[in-house]
Design a protein. Sequence first.
Length: 58
Amino acid sequence: MTTKELLYVEDALGHEKFFETNCRALAGQISDPELKSYVNKLVDQHRETFQNFYGLLG
């Protein structure tokens, strides 16, 4: 992997972790069950995307 590609993956990891963390915090503040479920699905999607990017490093 080139340095530029590695920097892109590191940047993507940071963004996905940021989105996961913020969605998780938001889900904790939502009282509507349907909306909370949707935001929790976003948490799962961002966690999965993070893991996929992380897998590129191994």
